[in-house]
Design a protein around this ligand. Structure first.
Ligand code: PLP
Length: 408
């Protein structure tokens, strides 16, 4: 089952004939790297000297007191270089690119986090780099575009389709078809054709391996539940990997947007709105209409706003191993505010979805219970969205003054 990249009914590799040799080469390189203990040792050494690994597991004592139930621990992926778990995947793929002898990397990005991480990896390894980004996202995420360009990447605004993440993925595949000899496509999440879901999960499993060891060291027990937000599924698969074989409940939290009942959300596994289909090279649950056209999605967190989801998570839903929930934009903004005030932590809006569900459930557990929340990234990048949501008048004045300074 695994060799062909199927997880139950989901996954596979639906790719054009022209890419078959490139995918075969990638599958081969990945299999060899995985079988070589020196490769993982090199990966761990790189992540500890360059990206702050192992990231800590922080006890959230004030939130624990506030909710009065389970002890709350937070896995701090926000402390990675570039501010999110995305670094684990791109640095791992960077090492693989070096092994394959290629010299150029391309990537898609939505919110820009994966784009910045990939451009950083390219700068560090000396690769040429092109990032595809929907035109709308380019407009929404100027600070990340600025950094990608400073890091030496070419950022290509995608004007096809709805001009967001899924269109950027299509464009990146088009580039790969023409440049496969010297180019690697560093896909940013646990989606896409085989071997990407499995390969990205493998690199991200460093989160779960560390978290399991740390929670045992600190609390002398395994957690009752582990919570992670779910966009494409990479940070969730990363932390869940450490606990899949344990008696630990795993909870994935998707973007509930304006509420599941409004249809304006990006919830594939917690809502009944998604159906199984094949798109972008793999089979999973997609938010699509009866003709297979992808629907528009909505979330306050750009990184969760995707129509598909990891085929591995679809399988883990089908077999009941992972439970899925959704958090609305409003719940997320409230949970963010509480976390900032109580713990001095600023989780990314994406990560805060996991906090919402943990906060709902913590009071129903006892002080003997331990729960772990994956803080997949830091929230500094969300300053425009969060300041808007909080309606901060001083921030608005700052923007007006800046606009005046630029003669707008
Ligand atoms: C901080 C953060 N968390 C989570 C995600 C969602 O991605 P995934 O589900 O692959 O972890 C993103 C995507 O951009 C992100 O930036």
């Amino acid at each position: 089952m695994r060799e062909r990249g199927y997880y139950g009914d989901f996954g596979g590799s639906f790719i054009p004939e022209i890419l078959v040799a490139t995918f075969d080469e990638l599958v081969q390189a990945f299999s060899e790297a995985r079988a070589d203990p020196a490769f993982w040792a090199e990966f761990e050494a790189l992540m500890s000297s360059y990206s702050c690994r192992p990231t800590p597991l922080t006890y959230a004592g004030n939130l624990t007191e506030h909710f009065g139930g389970a002890r709350i621990y937070i896995k701090r992926e926000d402390l990675n270089h570039t501010g999110a778990h995305k670094a684990n995947n791109v640095m791992g793929q960077g090492l693989l690119v070096k092994r394959m002898g290629k010299r150029r990397v391309i990537a898609e990005t939505g919110a820009g986090q994966h784009g910045v991480a990939t451009a950083t990896m390219a700068a560090k390894f000396g690769f040429d780099c092109t990032i595809y980004m929907g035109e709308i996202d380019v407009q929404r995420q100027r600070p990340n575009v600025f950094w990608m360009e400073q890091l030496g990447a070419e950022v290509v605004p995608v004007t096809e389709g709805t001009r967001i993440l899924k269109d950027a993925i299509n464009e990146a595949f088009r580039d790969w078809v023409t440049n496969m000899d010297d180019t690697h496509y560093a896909l940013g999440t646990a989606c896409g054709p085989h071997p990407f879901p499995e390969m990205v999960t493998w690199f991200q499993s460093i989160i779960g391996t560390e978290a399991r060891r740390q929670v045992l060291e600190i609390t002398d027990r395994l957690p009752t539940r582990v919570y992670a937000c779910v966009g494409g599924g990479s940070n969730a698969m990363g932390i869940f990997s450490g606990f899949l074989d344990d008696d630990v409940e795993l909870v994935g939290v998707e973007a509930g947007g304006h509420g599941l009942e409004t249809g304006e959300h990006a919830s594939r596994l917690a809502s009944n709105d998604a159906t199984v289909g094949v798109a972008q090279g793999y089979k999973t649950f997609f938010l699509q209409d009866d003709d297979g056209q992808m629907k528009e999605t909505h979330s306050v967190a750009a990184g969760l706003d995707y129509v598909g989801v990891s085929p591995i998570l679809s399988h883990l839903k089908a077999n009941g191993r992972v439970r899925f929930a959704a958090a609305t934009d409003k719940e997320v903004v409230d949970a963010l505010s509480l976390t900032v005030r109580k713990e001095g932590l600023i989780p990314a809006l994406e990560s805060t979805h996991a906090f919402v569900q943990a906060f709902k459930e913590a009071p129903g557990l006892t002080r003997d219970d331990v729960i772990v929340i994956n803080q997949s990234g830091r929230g500094d990048k969300d300053i425009f969205t969060v300041a808007d949501a909080f309606g901060d008048p001083k921030w608005k004045q700052f923007i007006r003054d800046k606009a005046e300074e630029y003669g707008a």
